[in-house]
Design a protein around this ligand. Structure first.
Ligand SMILES: *[C@@H]1O[C@H](CO)[C@@H](O)[C@H](O)[C@H]1NC(C)=O
Ligand SMILES: *[C@@H]1O[C@H](CO)[C@@H](O)[C@H](O)[C@H]1NC(C)=O
Length: 155
């Protein structure tokens, strides 16, 4: 029993050490959940969109100036009023890309109150499971005359 108690204490200490998570290295393929505001300008539709983006090379998804091809973008929500973005959290959700691939996730309601890069559970594209994290709200890619802020990512 002493041994078990020691292990339980060690596990608690290890969790404490993870209280300030660092960004997890992004390699290989990744999926990003982003909120995007319109650039503005005459003749450009003023819609606020929430999108799911697949990047075969995940670092592309964090590059300002990168614009993903339409087949790698799934539009989850649109709004004509400012800042009424899709609510990503609190239920089992999914989005089907133009390719027919569906990505699904289930983010806890409290996720936005957690530190950057905290775990938010797993996601799946039907082929494999991805580990999900809260992202840092920094601007990432752009899409269709929108500038996109990174909300969550899966690798
Ligand atoms: C992924 O993109 C980064 C940054 O553009 C580049 O340095 C790296 O070589 C790319 N990796 C692959 C496997 O294409
Ligand atoms: C997340 O990172 C961004 C960019 O560095 C920072 O502005 C923000 O305060 C951070 N949020 C939390 C909850 O730590």
């Amino acid at each position: 029993m002493v041994g078990l108690n020691f292990l339980a204490t060690a596990a608690l200490l290890a969790q404490g050490a993870l209280a300030s998570p660092a960004p997890v290295a992004k390699r290989g393929e990744g999926i990003h959940l982003l909120n995007c505001r319109p650039f503005g300008g005459a003749g450009v539709s003023q819609t606020w969109i929430s999108i799911v983006v697949y990047c075969a090379n995940d670092s592309d998804c964090s590059s300002l100036g990168y614009s993903p091809p339409a087949n790698n973008v799934c539009v989850k929500g649109t709004s004509t009023s400012s800042e009424h973005y899709h609510t990503w959290e609190g239920s089992s959700q999914s989005c089907t890309f133009p390719t027919g691939v569906t990505f699904s996730w289930n983010i806890p309601s409290s996720a936005q109150s957690q530190p950057n890069y905290s775990s938010v559970g797993s996601g799946s594209n039907g082929y494999r499971s991805f580990a999900g994290f809260k992202d840092d709200h920094v601007n990432g890619l752009s899409y269709n005359y929108h500038s996109c802020e990174k909300i969550y990512y899966y690798i």
